[in-house]
Design a protein around this ligand. Sequence first.
Ligand code: ADP
Length: 480
Amino acid sequence: MTTRSFGMFIGGEAVAGGRSLEVLDKWTGAVVGHAALGSAEELEQAIAAAVGAEPEMAGLAIHRRRDALLGLADGIGSRRDEFAEMLRAEAGKPITAARGEVERTIVTIRSAAGEAERLGGEVLALDTEARSEGYVGMVKRVPVGACSFITPFNFPLNLVAHKIAPAIACGCPFVLKPAERTPLTALMIGEELAKLGLPAGSWSILALDVGDAGPLVGDDRFKLLSFTGSQTVGWALKAKAGKKKVALELGGNAACVVDESADVDDAAERIVVGGYGYSGQSCISVQRVLVHESRYDELREAMVGRVSELAHGDTRDAETVVGPLIDEAAAARVEAWIEEARAGGASVLCGGTREATAGGARSLVRGAVLAGVAPDARLACDEVFGPVTVLERFGSFDEALERVNDSDFGLQAGVFTRDIGRSHAAWDRLRVGAVLINEIPSWRVDPMPYGGVKDSGLGREGPRYAIEEMTERRMMVVRG
Ligand code: ADP
């Protein structure tokens, strides 16, 4: 792959910029490209352009919003191999997973195009009292205005699409800051957006030093901050966000329950996909596996066997499942958490060692399964964001549900059971954004409402639901 230099997009215009970020291939260590770093002045220009574009974006005909989104999906589709290769390189994502993310990105954008056609409202009967006889109400949703978007490194394409596509669908101008380690695929989206003739000023994508990003959070000209990333940063930003709406898609330590009626082999196969794919660097990666004591040994054997056989290493190899973590510091942290658990009495049933990438970074952690982890160990209660699962046995289903809830997080939970009553009990009682029956918590299709409760976040994504965050109701009351 040749090294590419990317500028930034300010108000839809390509701008070269001065300083730049160097972006490395997380497996080979080679430089894959540079991204211009926006200055404080350039961020101000982007914000002013977005605010200036509010009326035109709000008034843009539905067919133009829809067609722009379909054009964006087609544009990405026509460069899918290039997008997948850049994603592989900058995010250290195994190529098969990178290709999957490109396809999901296209689905996300097409789903937003469909939602653009379904923007509507409702007619309300207001004659509920004698004094309101003869009145009728109508409610429509109007775009909130300029939006600020901040995205993380782990799904640098699809998570960007989850913000910008609904914004285009409902008529919100935006300024997006991609993650500093993975800005290039977002800028490639910018190249495609630039071809679509969206209203002047309506969109900006620029890499920024975190120290210069303050106005994305604090500036009251933005009407919504939509952030995806770590819970520490997310909640800290919310505290500085002033009067704007805030949507947060944060992390978790997703649990998966396997009861005595489950197909254990099927559960093991899926848990391994959900716990180790992309080295567990997903907010809904399986971390805690709770299994009924009568099936514990069976699940442990099935999981350890599969995890030990997973292809680790070169992200360019189509068979690879577990590639490097995003950097050495992340791998050292995961290793330290495994050591802490071991020192507290846990057994490491497989994996957990740290190895070097082709580029020499010691950022690859072998997929690990642990048992007997103390409840207060970080592996049990924090978000590991690495290729590690923790096995626990339970005696009763009620106890399993309580343990799932005994977490600061609440994003998604999986329950393998053949019992319909237990499925409903889990849906009723688990404090999460979604319960998946006979499926892992890591499962998601992009149109569905996705998001968490507790420390895992606020609001929902999925184009239809993101549009709810990006719009507000406006009522008209008609007398006579
Ligand atoms: P991750 O490491 O998973 O990407 P982070 O929460 O560290 O998660 O970062 C998510 C995004 O938030 C990145 O784009 C990052 O640059 C950005 N970010 C981190 N700190 C701040 C901050 N103080 N202000 C604005 N953006 C920030």
